[in-house]
Design a protein around this ligand. Sequence first.
Ligand code: KG4
Ligand code: ZN
Length: 342
Amino acid sequence: MNNLTKQPVYILAIETSCDETSVAVIENGKVIRSNIVSSQIETHRKFGGVVPEIASRQHVEVITLVIQEALEEAGVRPDELSAIAVTQGPGLVGALLIGVIAAKSLACALELPLIGVHHIAGHIYANQLVHELAYPAVALVVSGGHTELVHLPSPGEFHIIGQTRDDAAGEAYDKVARALQLPYPGGPHIDRLAHEADGEIVMPRAWLEADSYDFSFSGLKSAVLNTINQMQMRGESVPASSIAKGFQDSVVDVLVEKAVRAAKQYGARQLLLAGGVAANRGLRTRLTERFAEIGVPLLIPPFNLCTDNAAMIGAAAFLKWEKQEFTPLDFTAEPMLKLEAW
Ligand code: KG4
Ligand code: ZN
């Protein structure tokens, strides 16, 4: 609430960092008045991954329509808005720029403050749309572009304690899926196959140094690709589900055990799961079991808030609104934006 007037704070948020054009209207950082997501997945599927130039063009084509729809669905007039938020980075630079330009135009036309948001801060604060958060917290961010363990000592304060040294978890899922000739994005297909499997080809786990919270998935990915190649060379049929299970168990094992160790070390009052891979059933099940064992509440946003969306950007932007921390109009998209400096 805005303390002076008790009027609700409506933030219109824009997210265009990758292949989803999304606009949301968020009330007081918590209530989703609207969250429109226009996905380009069908366009990119034929190329087996996101084509940056095509992504930018599609954002340009739909952004104004998506803004209009978000306002209509929210039932909020432009003159009732308090601020415009936008993903500043990281992401594809051409894609980010479309959102940034749209946000600047709206802020100028409506004479509203701008709030630049880090994409990962958004993924983490998707949890705030469904639960009350408690600090200190630890977040496990697993998406197509990111794999990070983040310590949050207080609201809006982020310290990355571990990250991937090569492939992101979702990226490894998509590459293994491609080798098994599954459609893009491959994560959900591997997840399904792993659950149907009645055998398992055990794969290595990259624990790295004993005290490290970093991750590495490229060795695992190579192990899977080698297994598939060797079987094909020997003329054997490739047991996709046993391979999927071996791969998934390795990824889940490392993610979960490092998250448990981090939660204990940082005295976390909550573990916040974030990012598209949070949809993974194997990961959810193991995290639920292990966090129940150590008595730390586990928060998982619903699936539509795990994948890219603007509601999460509006939720994170509210933290800056509360501090009246605004972004100057001459800011630009930052494809390599650091989470600590968000
Ligand atoms: O967060 P997100 O929507 O986009 C990025 O910011 O990257 O995450 C997309 C990633 C893709 O790599 C996709 O394969 C993966 O999330 N994913 C899954 C599952 N559902 C989506 N990975 C594993 N299991 C799933 N069920
Ligand atoms: Zn994302």
